[in-house]
Design a binder for this molecule. Sequence first.
Ligand SMILES: Cc1ncc(COP(=O)(O)O)c(C=O)c1O
Length: 358
Amino acid sequence: MIHAPEHIKSISPYVPGKPVEELERELGISGSIKLASNENPLGPSPLAIRELRKGIRGLNRYPDGSCFYLKDALSAKLNIRPEEILFGNGSNELIELAVRTFMSPGDEAIMAHPSFVVYSMIVQAVNGRSIMAPLKDWRHDLDEMAARITPKTKIIFIANPNNPTGTVNTKAEMERLMNKVPEGVLVVVDEAYCEYVASPEYADSLKYFRNGRDILILRTFSKIYGLAGLRIGYGIANPSLTTEMNRVRQPFNVNSLAQKAASAALNDEKHIARSKRKNEAGKKYLYKELGKLGFTFVPTEANFIYVPLKDHGAFSLYNALLREGVIVRPMGQDAVRVTIGLPEENRKLIAALKTCKM
Ligand SMILES: Cc1ncc(COP(=O)(O)O)c(C=O)c1O
């Protein structure tokens, strides 16, 4: 019998939601909606769909392992050199690549709590230690995170906006942190939702990359670009870092359809603007209606809303909403996170909450 080592056995696996069809079958309902994974409810860009149709014919071939054309397009859009860009099978893979490239057993990574759960899972998988700094007013407390730096610290993870709270860190906070981060510590700024942010105070991570700092900026095509199912994200870092990460990267980690769809979606400004507009309108509606129902919520800069609950009620609310055909995400016992959906989906959520409250 083969045994996994203790540090692997102690990982709590990520629990995926059930497929909608399966839940409907179990509960004997239909027409349910999923507001649980922060996807773009408008779907992929029509330009991406067109490219996907064309790309199917080339599926007998391996993908381009360098993502040449996509890298070129992104490089032009962001004014960044191609060698400063790295693609992953979702930005999740880039989180894993960063950890596997730069951390050894016993090293430490600092992250906020609650934040994106994948950071600590991957750190655990390499037998590293996750050092958690609690959020302050639902936001990353970057001063507290800096205070936790030790000689063993290799990575600091900052989700900006944060998942699950939707909050952002400001330019001034980031500047203070970057002034305290010593040489040899990599700052990973995870900007999966950056395209949704409206705050003028939002930290500019590219500034630190351009100043030659040890920073890895992660972004994704899974959110505003509407391509979560294809799995593609990108990282921006100086070539000294991307070169090391490329040693660990699998040669064909990004599939050919994802590359084609991402290239098309990248410059579909119409779809991006529409997605942002719909999100803003949905946010306004949900703030108003959640407030009327007596819920508190954390103002968001992303495409989801964090709703703290009293009396450890997250799972009972989650289950009650499920019976009404609305799937949200419980965040421990004390909060649920709801993705902002299409207008009719948001209305269904509010109607279901009204029923649950009765
Ligand atoms: C903060 C954050 N980072 C990264 C990801 C991963 O995105 P993907 O692997 O789909 O690019 C997510 C997904 O929900 C997220 O919320």
